[in-house]
Design a binder for this molecule. Sequence first.
Ligand SMILES: *[C@@H]1O[C@H](CO)[C@@H](O)[C@H](O)[C@H]1NC(C)=O
Ligand SMILES: *[C@@H]1O[C@H](CO)[C@@H](O)[C@H](O)[C@H]1NC(C)=O
Ligand SMILES: *[C@@H]1O[C@H](CO)[C@@H](O)[C@H](O)[C@H]1NC(C)=O
Ligand SMILES: *[C@@H]1O[C@H](CO)[C@@H](O)[C@H](O)[C@H]1NC(C)=O
Length: 260
Amino acid sequence: MEVLIAIFFLLYLVSHCSCSRLREAAINLNTFNVMDYGAIGDGLTDDSQAFLKAWSMVCAMKNGAATLKVPPGKTFMLKPLQFSGPCSFSSVHFQLEGDVVAPKSTEAWKGQDSSKWIDFSNVDGLIIDGGGQIDGSGSVWWNSCKVKSCSRPTALSIHNCNNLQLTGTRHLNSARNHISINNSNHTHIFNVTITAPQDSPNTDGIDVSQSSYILIQRSTIATGDDCIAMNSGTSYVNITGITCGPGHGIRYKYIFIMEI
Ligand SMILES: *[C@@H]1O[C@H](CO)[C@@H](O)[C@H](O)[C@H]1NC(C)=O
Ligand SMILES: *[C@@H]1O[C@H](CO)[C@@H](O)[C@H](O)[C@H]1NC(C)=O
Ligand SMILES: *[C@@H]1O[C@H](CO)[C@@H](O)[C@H](O)[C@H]1NC(C)=O
Ligand SMILES: *[C@@H]1O[C@H](CO)[C@@H](O)[C@H](O)[C@H]1NC(C)=O
């Protein structure tokens, strides 16, 4: 009898004490911090490979939404890079608490597609949040190619990512568009801040193309070009609560179907 009581007591203790710790451990198992994959975060060292290694772990996670964690209080320099899917689970979390910054020289794009910096493609259920900043180091481009038509990288390109949620991020000084959404339905962008100088060339805030069911809310966009531009193949767009300017406002370019 005493043994039985002791066993029950032990079971009680185990189930109560370790519950929250077990839950925490389970969360940690699904979280991949770029620091554990060799990132330095001094704003100068190229941290691209560390991000890609962490991404490959996150994208391969089968049994739940995994998190790629970019820790706060650090700045990570990233060369042009692609976060590609499809991923194994229906949702992926990119927790950007720290900041990322583009190379301070256009040389980093030698032999690369100069229309993009950070590129997400074929990732459904992508959630990007965390309050971190994406700094496109645009001035090196604005100064090195003065004509408006020259090819400059979009800071954050999203292609073929249905059910995207982008929130809480701060976007600074892209060389071209700050955020481009292409071929991605059910996109929800809210509480983002986008800032670039009034005279910076082609620095659109958010460009949308070939996408439907777009909700953009509660954001502040002050750039050198359009705040939000809607390009061909875009429909069912709802834009509310945007503080826009300086910039060229909210524009429809070559729209086929449009509903607000
Ligand atoms: C909006 O995002 C900022 C980070 O940029 C965050 O500090 C703030 O809490 C967010 N606001 C809401 C209402 O979520
Ligand atoms: C997005 O929705 C439109 C309209 O329903 C559809 O034609 C298109 O194939 C969808 N695109 C994707 C990437 O799912
Ligand atoms: C947008 O997506 C469509 C469909 O995949 C593709 O044909 C087009 O090249 C993309 N445009 C851009 C600017 O990426
Ligand atoms: C647009 O989004 C806002 C905020 O979610 C919502 O209140 C409003 O009803 C939406 N408008 C339409 C036409 O769906």
